[in-house]
Design a protein around this ligand. Structure first.
Ligand code: ATP
Length: 301
């Protein structure tokens, strides 16, 4: 038997970051959206646990760890340990989501691995258990299960779907060199030692989403990690200026970066912005709509 599960990239439409806590984590108020850039994960019945990764041309194969360091195998092992299911399955991942780009590609794979391993072994794990295991593996992974558009609080792992009346057009420009999430958070702490304990509220962004109006959403986009990311990589600021000059309504660093996303007015607007950025030398320019589904089975079981 083999099963294919699709996982989606995420962007943060709002990322409010509060002052770092004693335990080292930052309280977040964030709004995630799953967008149409995907990794597909197939798992087949096997006697042992194994993993093969194929990457799209724009991804450096060396950037994706193999073996036990890959989050796919960690997810399968965790589900097996907690349910008593066998830790077996031959996994193959086809990656299109930029790596270490702030688009949660690893989280998409982990969510897909939980769903695929559950189906392969016919476990019928309840949703709340899958969500708890996802949160143990990483703060973005519960959202990768849920997909669509959702608010995340706590460390971002407590997710609730929100009203979203738009079909939004995005252009994403990943960087060939990743930007480590912990480094960006540490730089946020340096720049903002007196950040408020309570992160900036996502409420204004939620109102814009419910309106379905791109111009209103563009105005409401907010990312507290953009300033530290641009301070570490000033070229990201230049890229935002260029994309907006090419017609995007608004450019923004995605999560902790270095991927930059641009909200566009329409399909035509996204095409023009993407063409303009490609013409000005950007090697990889991806166009996607959102929201899309979270981790879901593509093949019939
Ligand atoms: P986030 O937005 O959640 O911070 P990200 O997009 O910045 O995530 P990922 O692509 O998820 O980053 O990868 C972060 C690191 O995780 C990579 O540098 C890589 O070493 C490791 N990793 C482990 N498994 C995977 C996987 N299946 N795909 C990509 N990276 C993985």
């Amino acid at each position: 038997m083999s099963i294919t599960v699709r996982g989606a990239a995420k962007i943060n439409l709002h990322l409010g970051v509060g002052r770092v806590r004693e335990d080292g984590f930052h309280p977040l108020d964030t709004v995630y959206q799953a967008i149409g850039i995907h990794d597909d994960l197939t798992v087949a019945t096997a006697d042992a646990l194994s993993l093969l990764t194929h990457v799209a041309d724009h991804i450096d194969p060396a950037s994706v760890p193999d073996g036990d360091d890959n989050i796919v195998l960690r997810a399968a092992r965790l589900l097996a340990a907690r349910t008593g299911a066998p830790a077996t399955g031959a996994f193959v991942v086809r990656k299109d989501i930029p790596v270490a780009g702030g688009m949660a590609g690893g989280s998409a794979d982990a969510a897909a691995a939980l769903v695929a391993h559950d189906r392969l072994h016919d476990l019928h794990t309840p949703d709340d258990v899958l969500l708890a295991l996802a949160a143990e593996l990483g703060s973005d992974i519960p959202f990768s299960l849920v997909g669509g558009t959702a608010r995340g609080v706590g460390r971002g792992e407590l997710v609730t779907p929100v009203e979203d009346r738009g079909a939004w057009w995005w252009v994403a420009v990943p960087s060939t060199v990743g930007l480590s999430t912990p480094v960006v958070y540490r730089h946020f702490d340096v720049l903002h030692p007196d950040a408020p304990e309570v992160p900036a509220s996502a409420e204004p962004l939620l109102a814009a989403l419910a309106s379905g109006e791109p111009v209103r959403l563009a105005r409401a986009l907010h990312n507290d990690l953009q300033e530290p990311a641009i301070d570490l990589r000033p070229e990201l600021g230049d890229l935002i200026v260029r994309g907006e000059a090419e017609g995007a309504l608004r450019g923004m660093v995605s999560g902790s970066g270095p991927t930059v996303v641009f909200l566009c007015e329409s399909a035509e607007g996204a095409r023009e912005t993407a063409l303009g950025l490609a013409g000005s030398g950007e090697e990889v320019v991806l166009t996607a709509t959102g929201p899309v589904a979270g981790a879901h089975v593509l093949t019939p079981v």
